[in-house]
Design a binder for this molecule. Structure first.
Ligand SMILES: Cc1ncc(COP(=O)(O)O)c(C=O)c1O
Length: 355
């Protein structure tokens, strides 16, 4: 099927609401820009790619997404450099991943022509919403929902693909302590863990509430079979530094193939930091914490790039990590952000200019 990006219809707002927004006091994910991109799947084809004023959509109560959670999404960011140029970070990865997620949920592939045209035109229209300054960004949320009006438990014949955008400031979540999961699981072999399926996130809320009541901010999920191996956090992949070596779990059908994770692995190689991609035993991390060999734990993900973890809990014990001068996590964050904001050479070709 050939899709023509020139089919995109654009309707601009009559008046921007940007003046009403206090960009110095943004709560993550609450404010949205003036426009959104929408595209419908019907009769076996994607049609009506359109950018229009941001606003509500009406759906019949029988719409499948409400009943069976047939929905996938992505998370990416746009950055502005000092010359007002707009950049994305490895957007091809997000494009491929939303289709991989969709395939797992029996959803039709979204065409590349519409994805990039829709995204770029949307960013150009809403460019004033991308603020300059290290740490400021525009969070981009592409998503697909099943829109067939029918409660039979089978794949929808209709879908809506949308992109909405929300301005974001540098995000500081406070000190993060994590709990290693002993009982609940996020994903199982053959399941949907590797997909950004909406339901994966809903299923984490209850165990995360319990972890929060116990004094932790997040959970590190362990494998569903034995709970002996550490896999990933709610919206981050996870790295452990033992001595001078980094260890992270391999991706699988239980773990999301994070764009930040793979970028960190590439950077580490260039920085001569040894990275072992292998299963990480809970017992090994607990032992390393006891012996003082465990130097760092950090998460990697689009939202915060690198999120340092200051302590963890397992069974009834709590462990604190040392405060380091030469943190790997900090070095990765610095290097990645400089690439994202066009402040450093991008020898990997990760930056993508919107023009
Ligand atoms: C479950 C999960 N793991 C890891 C990540 C990190 O992925 P990325 O670096 O592509 O943002 C995310 C966020 O997208 C996620 O939802």
């Amino acid at each position: 099927m050939k899709y023509d990006a020139n089919q995109l219809k654009i309707t601009e707002v009559q008046k921007s609401k940007i003046e009403e927004i206090n960009f110095d006091n943004l709560v993550f994910g609450e404010i949205f820009t003036d426009h959104m991109f929408t595209c419908d799947y019907e009769d076996g084809t994607w049609k009506n790619p359109e950018i229009k004023p941001y606003g509500s959509i009406e759906l019949d109560p029988s719409t499948k997404v409400f009943h069976y959670g047939q929905a996938v999404f992505e998370g990416m960011k746009a950055y502005k450099d000092d010359k007002d140029q707009i950049w994305l970070f490895r957007p091809q990865q997000n494009f491929e991943r939303i289709n991989k997620s969709g395939a797992r949920l029996a959803m039709p592939e979204f065409p590349k022509e519409y994805f990039f045209k829709g995204l770029e035109e949307l960013l150009k229209l809403d460019k004033e919403w991308i603020k300059k300054g290290f740490g400021n960004s525009l969070y981009i949320r592409p998503f697909v929902i099943a829109t067939e009006e029918c409660v039979s438990a089978s794949p929808s014949t209709k879908y809506k693909f949308m992109i909405i955008c929300s301005p974001a400031q540098a995000y500081y979540s406070g000190e993060v302590r994590v709990q290693f999961s002993e009982k609940y699981s996020r994903a199982a072999n053959g399941g949907v863990g590797a997909a950004k399926a909406a339901g994966n996130y809903a299923a984490q809320f209850y165990p995360t509430n319990l972890a929060q009541e116990a004094g932790f901010q997040q959970i590190i999920w362990t494998d569903a079979n034995t709970h002996e191996f550490l896999e990933e956090a709610g919206t981050m992949n996870i790295f452990f530094r033992i001595g001078d070596k980094l260890v992270t779990a391999p991706t699988s059908d239980r773990i999301l193939d994070g764009v930040t994770r793979k970028s960190v692995i590439d950077l580490a190689k260039d920085m001569n930091i040894e990275v072992e991609i292998r299963r990480v035993k809970v017992a090994e991390i607990v032992d390393a914490a006891r012996s003082g060999e465990l130097k760092e734990i950090f998460g990697s993900g689009t939202a915060t790039v690198i999120n340092p973890i200051v302590g963890f809990g397992y069974k009834n014990e709590k462990f604190e990590l040392p405060k380091l001068e030469d943190s790997y996590g900090k070095a990765f964050k610095d290097t990645l952000m400089k690439i994202q904001y066009n402040q450093a050479e991008d020898k990997y070709g990760w930056r993508y200019q919107v023009k």
